[in-house]
Design a protein around this ligand. Sequence first.
Ligand SMILES: Nc1nc2c(ncn2[C@@H]2O[C@H](COP(=O)(O)OP(=O)(O)OP(=O)(O)O)[C@@H](O)[C@H]2O)c(=O)[nH]1
Ligand SMILES: [Mg+2]
Length: 239
Amino acid sequence: MGCEFSIVNISSAIFDCSAPDLDSCPDESLPEFAFIGRSNVGKSSLLNMVAGEQGMARVSSTPGFTKLINIFTMNRCWRLVDLPGYGFAQGARKHSARFNQAALDYLEHRPNLCLVFALVESGLAPQEIDLEFLEWLVRHTVPFVLVFTKTDKVSAAVVQTNIAAFTDRVSAWFEKFPAVFTCSAESGQGRQELLGVIDEQMTAINAVTNRALLHTEDLSPQTHVRENRKPRPDLNRPW
Ligand SMILES: Nc1nc2c(ncn2[C@@H]2O[C@H](COP(=O)(O)OP(=O)(O)OP(=O)(O)O)[C@@H](O)[C@H]2O)c(=O)[nH]1
Ligand SMILES: [Mg+2]
């Protein structure tokens, strides 16, 4: 699987499908980068910002708006995935902390999931639901980076205070702390950095693929796993 296009210059962004569950997701031929976080944290907005396509993923001020796994193909060689958020369930206050099962299934079992952008709102002190979800990601060895969103809404000092408080609460869970980014879908802050992360991952994948083509060596999925996690036990990536 060779990617002929630059990652940073997105020349084509195509809506693939809205899948109600993991089984309905499209073929596993392309690496995927998924956005997850609390309802209303800004997942769909950030996906649009990264893709450079306003209105591609639907945005709403109503929490719990994205209910399906929405998949978009970039430059015909990698995908962005907008997942339903957590922490909101209409009409069920008691269960408002529940995670979306389709999103969990996708995160745990999608073989071509390359990296997750775990979103946290930068203007808020650490929320228990985010900590709980992050713990789930760590426990399931899902590869992720942390993205603090909506930085345009608060001062840089508040953002730094909240990131420090969040880091404090979770740092003991990691041997190597995941990369941290600050973003605003309003101002475009962080776009190049997130595209840089995708570029890095795609370059690693292409290097593995090219080496395998040259030397017909085994395409070990563990060759390019990120350092912040253990390899998934049953990973069977197609590239
Ligand atoms: N000021 C500001 N508002 C933002 C930003 N990102 C998103 N929003 C607003 O926050 C609200 C939620 O944005 P979405 O992108 O729909 O959030 P989501 O995480 O996809 O929400 P669900 O699909 O409901 O889980 C919308 O009103 C957006 O306009 C940002 O960077 N800055
Ligand atoms: Mg959404």
